[in-house]
Design a protein around this ligand. Structure first.
Ligand SMILES: [Zn+2]
Length: 369
């Protein structure tokens, strides 16, 4: 089962939580603040298991770890521990007062077999104000046994009254070398578990995934495992490489293909293979053309300023990055950054994604011809 030592980076969070466990001073409510895919859920799972473990082990530094062997740990690893509750919500994009009331009613019931009850609320930033007010009552007078873990992407949506009653733990970007090491480790682990079908992933691919992950270890792993992410990334690179010589009709078509309502076509690979393994498309779906565009032109900027090839994230398109950097001035690169800002303003003003993208691509092309 997963342990604190499996979490890459996030030393401060691990230390804070392990120290609280050691001293028996675990708070009733935590907010774990980290970007999408950042392994918040993994941290929550480990903390929950450690809180419930009846035979707490220690790591090399004498800090607590879940033992992985007691009944509670075994149930936790199988996500079948009745006292670790994953709070669900009815609507996908919001957590309403009804969802929190159901949880509140459950909090009032004593633990089933463990000493504590741990509640994990994923996407907690989606709680409406009414939901947060409903939660507040529990946060103000929690029963002794209750621990609530709110996993959130940013805290700006939280009421000050909620924030003041939670310990906020902010995740930090993980250095790229550490992410690479983590990916290698996880691949080796997976290959030793499934020797029949080893993953063959080269160092260049791992470096590329770590670069695109932006300090987010969980995202790097998802990127490595996603054919549809790679298809989207390659399609974006193919567009940027020759954007200066594209016709307006080409760009209109590209905007159509990449706009949010119509995600770019993937290679036509079946979504599930014969073993029934589902490919997780969430990482590919979450990436917009502008995300790739920002990285592409950041690569161009960095290469133009430093000439260092090793820092290029689109490392399998080095020639394209070099060619683009020869064609564009630093002023031109600034204009492209401004155009991305303009795209975002248009989107906030409810211009359709397709139209806003079209205008952005035309603006980019004007800097490259
Ligand atoms: Zn245990």
């Amino acid at each position: 089962m997963l342990k604190f030592s499996d979490i890459v980076g996030q030393e401060q969070i691990k230390e804070h939580l392990q120290r609280a466990l050691l001293d028996g001073r675990v708070s009733h409510a935590y907010i774990i603040d980290g970007a999408r895919d950042s392994d918040k859920d993994m941290i929550a799972d480990v903390v929950a298991a450690a809180i419930q473990c009846t035979d707490c082990a220690t790591d090399a530094n004498g800090m607590p770890e879940p033992c992985g062997k007691c009944v509670s740990c075994i149930q936790a690893a199988a996500k079948a521990n009745g006292d670790i509750i994953y709070v669900t919500h009815e609507k996908p994009k919001s957590i309403g007062v009804g969802d929190i009331r159901l949880m509140r009613d459950d909090v009032a019931i004593k633990p089933y077999s463990c000493e504590h009850k741990v509640y994990i609320i994923n996407d907690a930033e989606l709680m409406t104000a009414a939901a947060q007010n409903a939660l507040l009552k529990t946060l103000e007078e929690p029963p002794e046994y209750a621990v609530i873990l709110l996993l959130a992407d940013g805290v700006s949506n939280f009421l000050p009254t909620v924030l003041s009653r939670c310990v906020t733990l902010r995740m930090k970007p993980v250095p790229e070398e550490k992410i690479e090491e983590y990916c290698r480790h996880r691949i080796e682990e997976s290959n030793s578990e499934h020797p029949g079908e080893p993953m063959k992933i080269g160092a260049a691919e791992i470096k590329m995934a770590a670069g695109f992950a932006g300090g987010n270890a969980g995202r790097a792993l998802k990127i490595l495992g996603s054919d549809s992410f790679d298809a989207k990334r390659q399609a974006a690179a193919a567009l940027f490489e020759n954007i200066g010589s594209r016709t307006s009709a080409d760009l209109v078509q590209a905007a159509q293909e990449f706009s949010e309502k119509k995600p770019a076509k993937t290679s036509g690979k079946k979504k599930s293979d014969d073993d029934g393994n589902q490919e997780d498309n969430s990482v590919a779906d979450a990436w917009k053309l502008t995300d790739f565009l920002e990285i592409w032109f950041r690569d161009v900027s960095v290469y133009k300023a430093t000439g260092i090839k090793d820092r290029v994230v689109f490392c399998d398109h080095l020639d394209g990055i070099i060619k683009t950097s020869d064609m564009i001035s630093f002023e031109g690169l600034q204009s492209i950054r401004d155009a991305v800002g303009e795209y975002e303003r248009r989107r906030r003003a409810n211009v359709s994604d397709e139209t806003a993208l079209e205008m952005l691509l035309l603006a980019v092309r004007s800097q490259l011809r």
